[in-house]
Design a protein around this ligand. Structure first.
Ligand code: ADP
Ligand code: ZN
Length: 532
């Protein structure tokens, strides 16, 4: 085949002519130079940082076609369309494509008529695709969402493992791996598994200073969400702003969207169970109009380039800090102030624990999911700066930010040693009753001395810890349970979220270790009490 000729002499010329931007951002220029000069690169950059130009421009500077590996098949079409509008000759190959269209793309590639070719990893791993690429000229390989190669991460895709072989088959073609996930472990795995030992590494700051992080305990979550949307939902001129609300299940996206809509918010659900036409219309409205609020499962937003999303809200606990960071990162890509708000409760922990136990995969895999959940929980319960905690998770040091809820209204803490001892020793007593499934609710009933049917059935009013916790309300006890879970003194096990103590609880029970707990904001505690 023939090689697509280089389109531009310099990177800046391509930036101006094709993309219409004035100057490069951050390390874009260095990354582009590295690749254009034939070297490899590993790029860790937050969502919205501008990763795409890092391979699109080198592809225009080098002879041949830039091959972009991306797992997000649903987005390929949009990406290619946007490039084509800018005069870039781009196409994609994936399994959802009509065979006739595929043949045309293959022909164009071999004729040297493509600057960029997007391809799904499972397709690239076929001998047919590799042989096609060998017959044409590849300018570079870009491996997008490179964290998918990490078996420890939250997004593992087996097809990514085979991408390490690109180095052997095309030793002279520069490769760039890009991701918005930046733990040190993931970084190491990307470098090793994708054979990027000689690459230059570009690690951008993961701080998104314009995003204000806020995390609240769940009380009446629909009402809390509505209050939040009402308080954040208008700009300085009083016009409604765009936002995304994330929920874990399809049913709850419908439920929350319905509730918001009833109360005058222009809200719509979005999930994989809706037909393609409805999804497309919803997405279009969100992109083109102001003031649309999408209530979605996490799939929504991947690769959606809407710079002025003013808030991202979570009504369910995200499964990992990485996921939380990526989802909240969809807010404020234009740099203007934006808010990330999350409400979570004990029920989230129990429900996710159940999902982990029911998930396919071996014990090591489930442990990994559990540890992702634990770090997410720790972020929720921290009494120090949320941003500091978040960035520390990505291996980046920072000072308290002044723009998160714990910085703005430092949570008071109290000495929770005695309640912790009461609770932990009740757990120890229940743990002795093998084969029983007692969750947090029953535990709190015992502490508060409620004579429920279950309490009577098991004779738990005879326990020595029966009724020793009447000084705290139900919601205060729930908060103690959550915080002990987050501090690793308790763990929720099995399908039913059965609570067990961890080895770290022993010194607390022995009176050798103090437990400090955060005081929940009074407003939430009160409304939860009303409900209870
Ligand atoms: P990422 O893939 O890192 O999430 P994108 O490549 O989608 O980010 O870029 C995010 C947004 O920033 C896009 O709208 C993109 O066009 C814009 N952008 C990227 N680089 C620049 C630049 N140098 N100047 C202005 N805008 C840019
Ligand atoms: Zn802070």
């Amino acid at each position: 085949g023939r090689a697509a000729p280089a389109r531009f002499g310099t990177a800046l010329e391509a930036l101006h002519t094709v993309f219409g931007y004035e100057s490069f951002r951050g390390e874009q220029a260095e990354i582009i130079a590295q690749l254009a000069g034939g070297g490899d690169a590993v790029v860790l950059m937050p969502t919205g940082g501008g990763k795409s130009l890092c391979y699109q421009i080198p592809a225009l500077l080098r002879e041949g076609t830039g091959v972009v590996v991306s797992p997000l098949i649903a987005l390929m079409h949009d990406q290619v369309e946007a490039l084509t509008r800018n005069g870039v000759r781009a196409a994609y190959l994936n399994s959802s494509q009509h065979p006739g269209d595929r043949a045309e793309v293959e022909r164009a590639f071999l004729a040297g008529e493509l600057d960029l070719l997007y391809i799904a990893p499972e397709r690239l791993n076929t001998e047919g695709a590799k042989s096609l690429l060998s017959r044409g000229r590849v300018a570079l390989f870009a491996i997008d969402e490179a964290h998918c190669v990490s078996q420890w991460g939250h997004d593992f895709r087996p097809d990514y493992l085979a991408l390490g072989e690109l180095a052997e088959r095309w030793p002279d073609v520069p490769r760039i791996a890009l991701t918005a996930t930046a733990t040190e472990a993931t970084h190491r795995e990307i470098t090793e598994r994708l054979a990027l030992g000689d690459a230059r590494h570009f690690v951008a700051s993961f701080d998104r200073p314009n995003i204000q992080y806020r995390i609240a305990p769940k009380a009446e979550v629909r009402k809390q969400l509505l209050d939040f949307v009402r308080s954040e939902g208008r700009d300085a001129d009083g016009n409604p702003v765009s936002g995304i609300v994330y929920a874990l299940s399809r049913a709850s996206t419908e439920k929350f969207a319905g509730y918001l809509a009833q109360h005058g918010v222009d809200a719509m659900p979005y999930h994989a169970g809706l037909d393609a036409e409805t999804r497309r219309r919803t997405q279009d409205r969100f992109l083109r109009e102001d003031g649309v609020v999408i209530v979605a499962t996490i799939a929504f937003g991947m690769g959606i380039d809407k710079p002025d999303v003013r808030f991202v809200a979570h009504v369910d606990l995200p499964k990992s800090v990485e996921g939380y960071y990526q989802e909240t990162g969809r807010a404020g890509r234009d740099g203007a102030p934006a808010t990330a708000w999350l409400a979570y409760g004990l029920q989230d922990v129990v429900q996710q624990r159940r999902m982990i136990d029911q998930s396919p995969g071996d014990l090591a895999y489930r442990r990994r999911l559990q540890s992702h959940l634990d770090t997410m929980l720790a972020l929720c319960e921290t009494v120090s700066c949320r941003r500091q905690n978040l960035l520390a998770y990505f291996g980046q040091r920072s000072e308290p930010c002044g723009n998160c809820d714990t910085c703005l209204e430092p949570p008071a803490s109290w000495d929770g040693t005695i309640p912790a001892q009461k609770l932990l020793s009740t757990v120890v007593r229940l743990q002795r009753e093998r084969g029983q499934r007692f969750g947090a609710g029953h535990l709190i009933d015992i502490l508060r001395g409620k004579r429920t049917a279950r309490v009577e059935q098991y004779g738990h009013d005879a326990l020595s810890t029966w009724s020793i916790g009447g000084d705290l309300s139900d919601s205060q006890w729930r908060s103690v349970v959550r915080q002990l879970l987050a501090q690793g003194l308790l763990q929720a096990k099995g399908e039913y979220g059965v609570l067990e103590i961890t080895p770290d609880a022993t010194p607390v029970l022995a009176g050798e270790r103090q437990v400090s707990l955060r005081t929940e904001p009074e407003r939430q505690v009160r409304s939860e009490r009303r409900k209870a």
